[in-house]
Design a protein around this ligand. Structure first.
Ligand SMILES: Cc1cc2nc3c(=O)[nH]c(=O)nc-3n(C[C@H](O)[C@H](O)[C@H](O)COP(=O)(O)OP(=O)(O)OC[C@H]3O[C@@H](n4cnc5c(N)ncnc54)[C@H](O)[C@@H]3O)c2cc1C
Length: 384
């Protein structure tokens, strides 16, 4: 059978571009022809700030805007300064990421990028078909990073919370920020029966990204994001500032089993593959880890159905999200309990799915026991 390409990557965003650049960097894939389909390529705007925690020295370091060893957690009663050593909290701007991955992709003549809009794709067993607004392409494998929000919104079994936010990079007239400390979560704002906090990443004494973030069922009116940031800045004593740039977005928080849609030849990747951590929305590190796993996987495997499996962390996320969904006003208390009663290194290990069972037990015991036990029982009765 004549194929148009070996691999087709639907969506050239963070996951698609990182996967393509990793194919380019591995000589095993030198002979593979790859097509990336994305109507929005090349991305020229800094449309998202990618933050993650990692070892002090890591591969992304030379592209970072900033990194912090200390982060602050605030809930109105106390302010906790958390030392993350041996980790750092790191900030990578998407434009640096796009420029870096594009420079690799452009040098690889086996990779082609087309501005087609993907309409559909299917696994025909011996090959895959990808239908776009311009043409239908045939390939042996498809990597899909186009997230279908409707499929997760309408699911009855796995409730969906949306992590939605608006962030402003501001420059203040006077020195205001401590560039040594990032504010990871500031819960001192009015909760309005939901889970919401401010997030501050300072790059200098006068410059920071200030982001208003909610974990809730519904989006807000556009003006509400703006007024919440303005009020917060005013209350913090910042009334003279310039907005340098803005970002906004939504990340799915759900235990919906995206990987069940993987077939032998189609792999869902990025947020569309369920790589956004359901309880936090952090995705970038999972994209980095899982795209490297694909590079190794394809050298000895042919069936994507076995690529992702449920593990115990999926179950922890499921219970945490159930509680947060049905008792959305409890977010501030849950995160306070977690940060007050546990060592930050253990928390970040837990959020990275790398903790031991004993560490996990300790973290779980820091949450309100009756509420969590009842959520576990409800899930068991529902058959998970
Ligand atoms: C503003 C913002 C900030 C974030 N900050 C963080 C963070 O700090 N840390 C973290 O870990 N995660 C963060 N995330 C979550 C996550 O890392 C990003 O959403 C990341 O972009 C996910 O990568 P992706 O490839 O799955 O999706 P995307 O990067 O969104 O890529 C999907 C691509 O598909 C393309 N596309 C859509 N429809 C079609 C179609 N029909 N045909 C072809 N192409 C199509 C789009 O143009 C896009 O390029 C953030 C998300 C947002 C939105």
């Amino acid at each position: 059978m004549e194929l148009d390409y070996d691999y087709i990557i639907c969506g050239g965003g963070i996951a698609g571009l990182l996967l393509a650049s990793k194919f380019s960097n591995d000589s095993y894939y030198n002979n593979k022809s790859i097509l990336i389909l994305d109507p929005d390529y090349p991305k020229v705007k800094n449309d998202r700030t990618l933050c993650f925690w990692d070892k002090k020295k890591s591969v992304w370091d030379y592209l970072l805007t900033s990194s912090w060893e200390n982060v602050i957690f605030k809930n109105g009663l106390d302010e906790k300064s958390l030392n993350l050593n041996p980790l750092n909290y790191k900030m990578l701007s998407s434009i640096s990421f796009y420029n870096y991955t594009n420079s690799i992709i452009k040098n690889n003549t086996n990779i082609k990028v087309l501005n087609d809009k993907v309409l559909n794709f299917k696994d025909c067993k011996s090959h895959c078909l990808v239908e776009t607004n311009k043409k239908t392409y045939k390939s042996s494998k498809v990597f899909n990073s186009i997230l279908d929000w409707n499929s997760i919104k309408n699911d009855q079994k796995f409730p969906l919370l949306i992590q939605h936010f608006e962030g402003w990079v501001i420059k203040t007239k006077n020195n205001f920020f401590d560039p040594e400390k990032a504010t990871f979560m500031d819960f001192t704002i009015d909760q309005n029966s939901t889970t919401q906090f401010m997030y501050i990443l300072p790059f200098s004494k006068t410059e920071a990204l200030v982001e208003y973030t909610l974990f809730s069922k519904n989006l807000l009116d556009e003006n509400k994001y703006k007024s919440s940031i303005e009020n917060y800045l005013l209350k913090s004593g910042i009334d003279d500032f310039e907005i340098k740039s803005k970002e906004s977005g939504q990340i799915p928080m759900t235990c919906f089993p995206f990987f069940e849609a993987n077939t032998k030849n189609i792999l869902n990747i990025g947020s569309a593959g369920g790589w956004s951590k359901p309880s936090t929305g952090y995705t970038f590190k999972n994209i980095d880890k899982n795209t490297s796993k694909i590079i190794d996987f394809l050298k000895s495997n042919d069936n994507f159905k076995t690529f992702m499996k449920k593990n115990r962390f999926w179950f922890y996320d499921l219970i945490f999200l159930d509680v947060l969904y049905y008792k959305n006003h409890l977010g501030k208390q849950l995160f306070t309990d977690m940060f007050n009663k546990n060592n930050p290194k253990t928390i970040f290990k837990f959020l990275d799915n790398k903790s031991s069972f004993i560490e996990e037990l300790k973290i779980m015991l820091s949450f309100p026991k009756t509420i969590f036990l009842s959520a576990v029982l409800k899930r068991i009765c529902k058959g998970l």
